[in-house]
Design a protein around this ligand. Structure first.
Ligand code: PGA
Length: 251
């Protein structure tokens, strides 16, 4: 991998004090270093504005964890891509397995959100991945293929995150062979769907990425970066992920 992208998905974590602590610790790091991996923070909606203010004039990027497919209207409790764009968000995670499970999000819904995000100038990070049961039955490729076909639009300008569900928050990481196989499979499908453009789509890995396994993950050739949950709210460990990425940066 060269020039890794590191995306921190805070999930439903980050009180004001915690947010200030995480971001200020990262800012201390960024001030001391140049040319480090592209790092994007995805706090909860309510902290986006605070994080936006704090990372102003820094190289850190900002993402949200979800959005609605409509730009505005009668959707109580939802946040539109237009609102996200308005406050300066650049990325949005879509179709995360926790949303697919907790909110019964279908591929069809993820597709609508992806299109809406793109139309509002946001870069969607579309998550796909199989359950333990599906892997045990050796169905991971067909599951991921259906998710790719169903969740990605005809014109796709975003990133894909392969996150095997059995590796999310469990401490279990897919091994390099498993990740490599799936990344190659996803790449093949993206090229089949988008031709030359499919070769350029960034593919990330997510699922229990930690300082002690990240180096091996960064070394996987077709991979463009990592989507990090638990470790993204532990600043000293998250910084280690950024630090270890240094040697993979091509100047
Ligand atoms: P994890 O989460 O790093 O805590 O496994 C990854 C994710 O859900 O994006």
């Amino acid at each position: 991998m060269s020039n890794p992208i590191i995306i921190g998905n805070w999930k439903m974590n980050g009180l004001i004090n915690e947010t200030k602590h995480i971001v200020s610790t990262l800012l201390t790091y960024t001030k001391k270093h140049q040319n480090f991996a592209k790092t994007i923070l995805c706090p909860p909606f309510t902290q986006l504005q605070l994080v936006k203010e704090m990372i102003k004039n820094s190289p850190l990027g900002l993402g949200a964890q979800d959005c609605h497919y409509a730009n505005k209207g009668a959707h109580t409790g939802d946040i539109s891509p237009a609102i996200l764009q308005d406050i300066g968000v650049n990325y949005v995670i879509l179709g995360h397995s926790e949303r697919r499970k907790d909110h019964h999000e279908s591929n069809q819904l993820v597709l609508k959100k992806t299109v809406a995000a793109q139309n509002n100038g946001l870069l969607p990070i579309v998550c796909i991945g199989e359950t333990q049961q599906e892997r045990n039955a050796n169905n991971q490729e067909s599951i991921v293929e259906v998710q790719l076909k169903g969740s990605l639009p005809e014109q796709f300008d975003g990133l894909v995150a392969y996150e095997p569900i059995w590796a999310i928050g469990t401490g279990l990481t897919a091994n390099n062979e498993q990740i490599t196989e799936m990344i190659q499979f996803i790449r093949k499908k993206l090229v089949a769907q988008y031709g030359e453009n499919g070769k350029k789509i960034s593919i990330l890995y997510g699922g229990s990425v930690k300082p002690d396994n990240v180096k091996d993950i960064y070394a996987i050739p077709e991979l463009s970066g990592v989507l990090v949950g638990g470790v993204s709210i532990i600043p000293k460990d998250f910084i280690k992920l950024i630090d270890i990425a240094q040697e993979f940066i091509r100047s």
